[in-house]
Design a protein around this ligand. Structure first.
Ligand SMILES: [Zn+2]
Length: 308
């Protein structure tokens, strides 16, 4: 399997200030882990391009793009909301983050790579069509999905989102689009405190109690996500890969282990092999405890690479 890692030095230059959990140290931890484990020898590294205005406009409003450009400070920091800190490097990082997902789609569709992981920040799944939220500026994965549908003519794609927070932004953008299935699982009630969407053939949303562990997580995926994905037969699967449900990550109460993240990746790979010729575009969302994040991303990559 040839697996791409797509990122850019600009994604490290999105400075959120001292003590902010969504820091550049997250990407450094992941990239260092690839090197120290020896996995880097088997990864194909790509620099993320900047997303174009036209690509952003497939999922965001003109007003949102103008607001974001106007909100970026020349120096120091600004806040888009109490959690979402931006600085002079943020705009480039945000454009590379969304551009990474677009490149991933192109690499898979032209047959150059089998699957891809986008190691990017700021993350994206809380960004709605017209607002930034929860560390997110643009909805990176939604931009990639729109590119797969509109530029490559795919008719059925699935997003699976195992970040511990509800992907309100992805829901806002995707729900109602019959070509997209959205499977999510998240602690509830919890940030962003939006009501879970009504489930349907295309929307499989699983709220978990704060006390949930491996058994509840795996049962929900087995009983709800996997049968729905098998029926839908997506032509490409996107992963909103958040690792903040890990028991070592104090961003949430849900307590998953390294083995659970390996298992969920294996299930998604199996689903992608059934209907999508193995095509998976995985995109980093949350995950704030650096050691568990680095280990779990390494394992996630190993499964994508067929090495585990
Ligand atoms: Zn999260």
């Amino acid at each position: 399997m040839s697996t791409a890692y797509i990122s850019h030095p600009d994604c490290h230059r999105h400075d959120t200030g001292d003590g902010h959990p969504e820091s550049a140290r997250r990407l450094s931890a992941i990239e260092d882990q690839f090197i120290s484990s020896g996995l880097s020898d088997f990864i194909r590294y790509f620099d993320a391009p900047e997303v174009t205005q036209a690509q952003l406009l497939t999922v965001h409003t003109v007003e949102h793009l103008a607001n974001m450009e106007a909100s970026m400070p020349q120096q120091g920091y600004a806040r888009l909301d109490p959690d979402t800190v931006v600085s002079p490097g943020t705009m480039k990082a945000a454009k590379r983050a969304a551009g990474a997902v677009v490149l991933a789609v192109d690499l898979l569709m032209n047959g150059e790579m089998n699957n891809a992981f986008c190691g990017v920040r700021p993350p994206g799944h809380h960004a709605e069509s017209d607002r930034a939220l929860g560390f997110c500026v643009y909805n990176n994965i939604a931009v990639g999905v729109a590119h797969a549908l509109e530029a490559h003519g795919l008719n059925k794609v699935a997003i699976v989102d195992f970040d511990v927070h509800q992907g309100n932004g992805t829901e806002d953008i995707i729900i109602g689009n019959d070509k997209v299935m959205y499977c999510s699982i998240f602690q509830h009630p919890f940030f962003p405190f939006t009501p879970p969407p009504e489930n349907s053939e295309r929307v499989i949303s699983i709220p978990l109690e704060a006390t949930a562990k491996s058994a509840e997580f795996r049962a929900a995926v087995n009983d709800h996500w996997l049968p729905a994905l098998e029926r839908f037969e997506p032509e490409m699967i996107f992963i909103s890969a958040g690792f903040d449900a890990h028991r070592d990550d104090d961003m949430s109460y849900v307590s998953l282990t390294d083995a659970d993240f390996k298992w969920i990746t294996e299930q998604i790979v199996r689903m992608a092999e059934l209907s999508a010729s193995g095509r998976i575009v995985s995109v980093l969302e949350g995950g704030y405890e650096l050691q568990s994040l680095a280990r779990c991303v390494e394992t996630h990559m190993r499964v994508l690479m067929g090495l585990s």
